[in-house]
Structure formats: structure tokens, C-alpha cells
Design a protein around this ligand. Structure first.
Ligand code: HEM
Ligand SMILES: *[C@@H]1O[C@H](CO)[C@@H](O)[C@H](O)[C@H]1NC(C)=O
Ligand SMILES: *[C@@H]1O[C@H](CO)[C@@H](O)[C@H](O)[C@H]1NC(C)=O
Length: 336
């Protein structure tokens, strides 16, 4: 019996040691041997930025919604094992992709846009530019093309050979999730509350489906009757297969313009997603409310913070992809 305590503490000690060594190994593995740089493709594909820009111009000209689709794709890529193109992978016999996970299914779109850019780049500089980089640069161009700010995009990402279906549920925030839980998901990715409030400004473009705002419009809302009536006509209270994919803009004033009017919708109580309105209304949202007011008042402050936060979002790395990653030939499939 007298031995027991020391045995137990010895066990704890070895667990602690194992944790420390695991931890330091993780740090070691995460620090990339080649950090992302602006001139990564300077000699191998000097026209990469022009090609992506030109393709995105066509895509956004044909439908401004395409800007929103690509921006969101990039976000969902980066929050699941880093910005490594994992979200682009199709399901195969040997690989379970992320596309069918509940936050993505029937909702993420724009994969063909990335396919088309990849095709162009494969004919210009075969086997050179990763799908993860294409998506990152395309998301930046998408924002510019609908009136948003410019920022430099460091490149040199590798594409993953894996995807993670379960991490979609764990990492991607959802429309009916509480504020503190969403903040935790951003902190987990190394992003601050300020980053979160600025990045949520992406909802100044794009649409949401009925299933993501039904609970909000039939619950405790507090917006004007005419606004609610319009939303209810698009999204009936009863779940019906026909209405589920009815969409409406998250910014009900300038839905195709990247501006700060999304923040004004929240100040009016007209946020379409509960998760967005919570940043203003939640009792724990003192800091978020302050930031929302700031970005509503000062469009330049929003643009500057959005740019900085996008660079941070796009910098989330997957240690495994750095070591074992590749440049996919087709964005939907791992190279054979
Ligand atoms: C803060 C937590 C966030 C939550 C809870 C959230 C949730 C959602 C939901 C539920 C939709 C509608 C999807 C649908 O109905 O099919 C949506 C759309 C969208 N999200 Fe987010 N999102 C968040 C952050 C972000 C971030 C950080 C970005 C990019 C930087 C982003 C970009 C977009 C865009 C552009 C759309 C519109 C896509 C389209 O038109 O189809 N979101 N988001
Ligand atoms: C979908 O929205 C349209 C209006 O945009 C509406 O006429 C239609 O009834 C809606 N579908 C359902 C099932 O409510
Ligand atoms: C990007 O990430 C690396 C480590 O992964 C870090 O050293 C660097 O400072 C980050 N850059 C930015 C702009 O966040």
C-alpha cells in the first residue's frame, strides 16, 4: 500500500513526459521548412496571379454569387486541417471527403470554378500550382471583384492527401450555434475575437438557405413585420423539401457588394443568421458589439482588419500537408 502513491505519481510523471515530448514534436512538425512567400512561383509559374485573376473576372462577371461561393470554400478549407485543399476532394472508394458533412452538403458550391482555374494553370505551368494556393488567391480576387479590399497572398501551400469528414462537424461554426462556442472555434484556429467579427463581414455577400434561418425568423426576432413577412414567404415554417433550398441574401441592402452594410443589418436587428445577430445581441457579446459598431461606422477600419484577418485565416497550416503534401493534378483527387 505504501508504494501505491509513488507508483501513481510515477505513472503521471511518465504521462506528463509523453505529453511534453508529443507537444514539442508537434511544434517542431508545425514550423514549416519553407514559409509561404509572395514569389514562390516566380520562376516556375510567373503568371499564376494573372491567370487566377482573369478566370475569376469571368466567373464573377457571369454571376456575382460566384465570389461568395469561392470565399466560403476557402474558409471551409482552412478550418479543417488547415488550408490544404482538403475540402475540394471528392468521395472515392478509399477516401471520405468533406463535401457530404452536414455543414457542407447542399450548401458548399463553386467547385467547378476551381476546376476551371486549375485547368488553365495546368496548361500554362503543369504540375506546379497547388489547389490550396489556387483557392486562396481566388478568394482574394473574389473579394476585390465585388468591391472589397486588396491584400497580398503569400503562396507555397501543398495539397493534402487526406480529408477529414469529422472535423467539419467539430470545427465549422453553424447558424444556430451560440456565440461563445463560435468564438472558441476561432480561438482554436489561432484567430481572435477581432478576427472573427471582421471575417464574419464576409456575409456582406452571398446567400443563406431557408434551413439556416428558419429558427431565427420564427423565433424571438425583433425585426420589423414587413421584413419578417418577406422572409417567411421565402421560408415556410413547415419543413418541406421544396422550400429548403430557397435562398435569400444575408445583406438585404447591397447583397452583391463587398461593403460594411452587413454590420448595419446587425445594428438594425436584421441579421439573417442567428449566429451573426448573436454577435450584437448576446449578453456575452460586449466586445463583439463594440467591434460591430466600429466596422459599421468606419468602412476603412473594416477593410483593413478584414485583409489582415484573411492573411491569418489563409495561413492556417496543416503540418502533415507540409511534410507529405503534393501538388494535385486534379483538385478533386489525390494524385495516383
Ligand atoms: C462566424 C461564423 C460563421 C458562421 C456560423 C457561418 C455560417 C454560414 C451559413 C449558415 C451560411 C449559409 C449557408 C447555406 O445556407 O447554404 C454561410 C454562408 C456564407 N459564409 Fe459563412 N459563416 C461563418 C463565417 C464565415 C467566414 C469567416 C467566411 C469567409 C471569410 C464566410 C463566408 C460565407 C459566405 C461568402 C457565404 C455565402 C455563400 C453563398 O452565397 O452560397 N462565413 N455562412
Ligand atoms: C420559395 O421562394 C419563393 C419566392 O422566392 C416562393 O414563391 C416559394 O413559395 C418558396 N417555396 C416555398 C416552399 O415556400
Ligand atoms: C504564418 O504562420 C507561420 C507559422 O506557421 C508563422 O511563423 C507566421 O508568422 C504566420 N504569418 C502570419 C502573417 O500570420
Amino acid at each position: 500500500m505504501a508504494h501505491q502513491p509513488s507508483l501513481i505519481s510515477l505513472q503521471w510523471f511518465s504521462i506528463l513526459l509523453a505529453c511534453i515530448s508529443l507537444f514539442s514534436w508537434t511544434i517542431f512538425a508545425v514550423s514549416p521548412d519553407a514559409p509561404l512567400t509572395l514569389d514562390y512561383y516566380k520562376s516556375t509559374c510567373p503568371t499564376v496571379f494573372e491567370i487566377v485573376r482573369k478566370e475569376m473576372e469571368c466567373e464573377v462577371n457571369s454571376d456575382p454569387r460566384n465570389a461568395a461561393l469561392v470565399l466560403r470554400l476557402h474558409f471551409h478549407d482552412c478550418f479543417v486541417q488547415g488550408c490544404d485543399g482538403s475540402v475540394l476532394l471528392d468521395d472515392t472508394i478509399s477516401l471520405q471527403g468533406e463535401k457530404k458533412a452536414s455543414a457542407n452538403v447542399n450548401s458548399l458550391k463553386g467547385f467547378e470554378i476551381i476546376d476551371r482555374i486549375k485547368n488553365k494553370l495546368e496548361s500554362e505551368c503543369p504540375g506546379t500550382v497547388s489547389c490550396a494556393d489556387i483557392l486562396t488567391v481566388a478568394a482574394r480576387d473574389a473579394v476585390i471583384l465585388v468591391g472589397g479590399p486588396y491584400w497580398d497572398v503569400p503562396v507555397g501551400r501543398k495539397d493534402s492527401k487526406t480529408a477529414n469528414y469529422d472535423l467539419v462537424r467539430e470545427n465549422i461554426p453553424t447558424a444556430n450555434e451560440g456565440l461563445l462556442s463560435i468564438i472558441a472555434k476561432f480561438l482554436y484556429q489561432g484567430l481572435s475575437v477581432t478576427d472573427m467579427v471582421a471575417l464574419a463581414g464576409a456575409h456582406t455577400i452571398g446567400m443563406a438557405r431557408c434551413e439556416n434561418f428558419r429558427a431565427r425568423i420564427y423565433g424571438d426576432f425583433g425585426a420589423t413585420d414587413s421584413y419578417l413577412r418577406n422572409l417567411k414567404s421565402i421560408c415556410p415554417a413547415a419543413i418541406s423539401s421544396s422550400g429548403e433550398n430557397n435562398v435569400t441574401a444575408m445583406d438585404n441592402v447591397t447583397p452583391n457588394l463587398f461593403d460594411n452594410s452587413f454590420y448595419h443589418t446587425l445594428l438594425r436587428g436584421e441579421g439573417l443568421l442567428s449566429s451573426d445577430q448573436e454577435m450584437y445581441s448576446n449578453v456575452f457579446g460586449i466586445e463583439t458589439k463594440k467591434l460591430l459598431r466600429k466596422y459599421a461606422d468606419d468602412p476603412l477600419a473594416f477593410f483593413n482588419q478584414f485583409s489582415d484577418s484573411m492573411v491569418k485565416l489563409s495561413n492556417i497550416t496543416n503540418s502533415d500537408s507540409i511534410v507529405n503534401g503534393e501538388v494535385r493534378k486534379i483538385c478533386r483527387f489525390v494524385n495516383t
